[in-house]
Design a protein around this ligand. Structure first.
Ligand code: HSE
Length: 426
């Protein structure tokens, strides 16, 4: 039976999960895959942690050179994260002809061109299923399952932390700050939550997924990004009344106008399958010209779900003699002839505080009319102090038109103020 040696760089949550799966399922893979996958080395500064996980002492390496020079190691798993030493270690492994399996979305998003070049030069594999949406096999689906299609669109809930926060805010009417604190206490959110709550994590993943879906490099800087830190509980409640759920959506589209990629909080109709994706669950909804709609749902993070994605890559690499690389020209920047849509179109939800007196509404609607913005729905609720709250939902219109109209409304002699603007998927 073929024997394949694995090294794991980093025994944190995901590294630990990967070690557990590989050791507990070793005999199962011998039976089902006809391959003996053995953990030959781990690189973990906290030796005690490695030993506590059951790693034999002689397999705990002291430095990267020891791992890479080990002839029994065929596949190096990188689960350190970030683009510091992880990038150097991955490049060193590839340059030594070792196949790399990584869960590092920032590394793949920003340096896939450099890594793939090194991998090809040294006939090594480079696999990164775990970099996007944890245990949900979206990368394999894009690379294999839906290759027959022109993918025209994708929408995803691809960050579990923000989905957990928005679900709690919606169910409990709690504020963003309250739920974030609780999520940090439970270990769902990081002590420094900005990568998740500001949408960076989702934008890295969208850059990777849309590059694969649209067969062209979609650089991170092309992704429009807005996080959830400014979300008011009040808006979630108004949206609910109108039949919407609020989600941090990652949206990718490809049409004659070009490629459009954006991450932002979005109201989606409660009948849409993505509206039912709650708590820390993730989902990706793809649309292809032949297959129509496909939705993948599952756990986007965690030791065993992410370990599952890593081990699937290990098994793929161990059982295929040919390496599989990305299906697009993998450069640092976008191809010159590829167009990107900057001024995208969407429907919008707006909440305004207005003076509750004659003539105000007509001034507001005149501004919308001037910018070609058509209203689908409007609710007015009387407040105290002679003011009212106006909730408006528009037909699809250009982002720039909405921004211009909002600045004109805000300049209306203090009789109207736009409190929130959220995009809507009808
Ligand atoms: N921090 C991510 C999330 C998991 O909350 O979904 C790893 O990508």
């Amino acid at each position: 039976m073929k024997k394949v040696g694995v090294a794991i760089l980093g025994l944190g949550v995901v590294g630990g999960g990967t070690y557990q799966i590989l050791t507990e399922h070793r005999e199962y893979y011998q039976k089902t895959q006809d391959v003996d996958i053995v953990v030959e080395s781990v690189l973990e500064l906290n030796r005690e942690r490695a030993l506590a996980l059951g790693v034999p002492e002689e397999k705990v390496a002291s430095n990267i050179a020891e791992v890479i020079s080990n002839p029994d190691v065929n596949i190096v798993v990188e689960v350190i994260g970030g683009i510091g030493c992880a990038r150097d270690f991955v490049l060193a492994a590839l340059n030594a002809g070792k196949t790399v399996v990584t869960s590092n979305k920032e590394l793949v998003c920003k340096y896939s061109h450099e890594l793939e070049r090194a991998a090809k030069r040294h006939n090594a594999g480079l696999y990164f299923e775990a970099s996007c949406v944890g245990g949900v096999p979206v990368i394999r689906t894009l690379l294999d399952g839906v290759q027959a299609n022109h993918i025209t669109g994708m929408m995803g809930i691809i960050n579990g932390t923000t989905n957990y926060i928005l679900t709690k805010m919606s169910n409990e009417g709690a504020s963003y700050e309250e739920v974030l604190k609780e999520a940090q206490k439970l270990g769902y959110a990081e002590a420094n939550p900005s990568a998740d709550v500001e949408g960076f994590d989702a934008a890295y993943k969208l850059s990777i997924l849309s590059s694969l879906a649209f067969h062209t490099k979609v650089p991170f800087i092309k992704v429009f990004r807005e996080g959830i830190t400014g979300i008011a509980t009040e808006d979630i409640a108004h949206g609910k009344e109108l039949g919407y759920a609020l989600k941090l959506l990652a949206i990718g589209k490809q049409s004659e106008q070009g490629i459009e990629v954006r991450v932002h909080p979005t109201f989606i109709r409660k009948e849409h399958p993505l509206a039912a994706v709650n708590d820390s669950f993730n989902a990706v909804y793809l649309t292809g010209d032949a297959v129509d709609d496909v939705m993948l749902y599952g756990r986007g993070a965690g030791a065993l779900p992410t370990g599952s994605a890593i081990v699937s890559d290990i098994i793929y690499a161990a059982t295929h003699s040919e390496n599989k690389y990305s299906t697009f020209k993998n450069n640092a920047t976008a191809e010159k002839d590829v167009k990107f849509v900057n001024d995208f179109s969407s429907a919008y939800y707006l909440r305004l505080t207005v003076a509750d007196k004659a003539g105000v509404l007509s001034k507001i609607s005149a501004i919308f009319g001037r910018y070609g913005i058509s209203i689908v729905e409007m609710i007015q609720k009387a407040n105290e102090n002679g003011q009212a709250t106006l909730i408006l939902v528009t037909h699809e219109t250009k982002e720039l038109s909405v921004r211009n109209a909002v600045s004109k409304i805000n300049a209306l002699d203090e009789i109207a103020k736009v409190e929130s603007i959220l995009r809507v998927v009808a």
